[in-house]
Ligand binder design. Sequence first.
Ligand code: SF4
Ligand code: SF4
Ligand code: FES
Length: 238
Amino acid sequence: MSKNLQVKVWRGKEAGDFVSYEVPRHESQTVLDVVTHIQRHLEPSLAYRFACRVGMCGSCAMTVNGQARWTCRTHVAKVASNDQLEIAPLSHLPVIKDLVTDMREFFDKWHRAQGYFQGSRSRHDEFAAVKPDSAERRAANAGIECIGCGVCYASCDVVSWRPDYLGPAALNRSWTLINDVRDTQQQDRMRAVAGDAGCHSCHTTGSCTERCPKHISPTAAIAGLKRVTARAAVRGKL
Ligand code: SF4
Ligand code: SF4
Ligand code: FES
């Protein structure tokens, strides 16, 4: 293993440039370790975002050598080519500073896709019993571990062509809720995702699924949404 990594890091906002740093190489070093080294020892004004460091919070995603990744769980050994790294903010989101993007639009789209639970029971009612092996429960479980990292969103070409597209993460969330038998607002949710900027805009290219660090398949979730919204439209229920 060579002693140093040559690291280019995006500095600035939408306008800016890559700045080069030399970072000592270590065993089991992650890309987030590299960024942290730069901020602590070489460039204290470097802005970046992280919280948990263990793949739970979803805040550390960046573009590493051209691909969106969660940096706290990405080992340098896996991604550095010739001991070189290029680290940039996530694509398709406004840059606040350096490696920090503005996630507002990303989460606003979860809201627009009705990606929030709306039930009818109160704390005085019995718990709803949902069978673990039911088809709905399994479909919801398949997408429920999303950490909101934005890797899929930054990897989706349709988001770059049409910025109003709800995107893979919001649609995946919507699909988990459509399969939640306790939820009472399914028709509204289907209307929310069936419009022009919704599930039918997905071209099924699969980059979201290929890159999702939690091994979720937004592509399959979106296919499910296409099915149920088409069926509802035929029955005049949209
Ligand atoms: S499958 Fe659909 S949502 Fe996923 S990257 Fe491709 S176009 Fe985007
Ligand atoms: S679906 Fe995967 S890539 Fe997309 S936000 Fe959730 S965890 Fe991240
Ligand atoms: S720092 Fe929380 S997922 Fe990477």
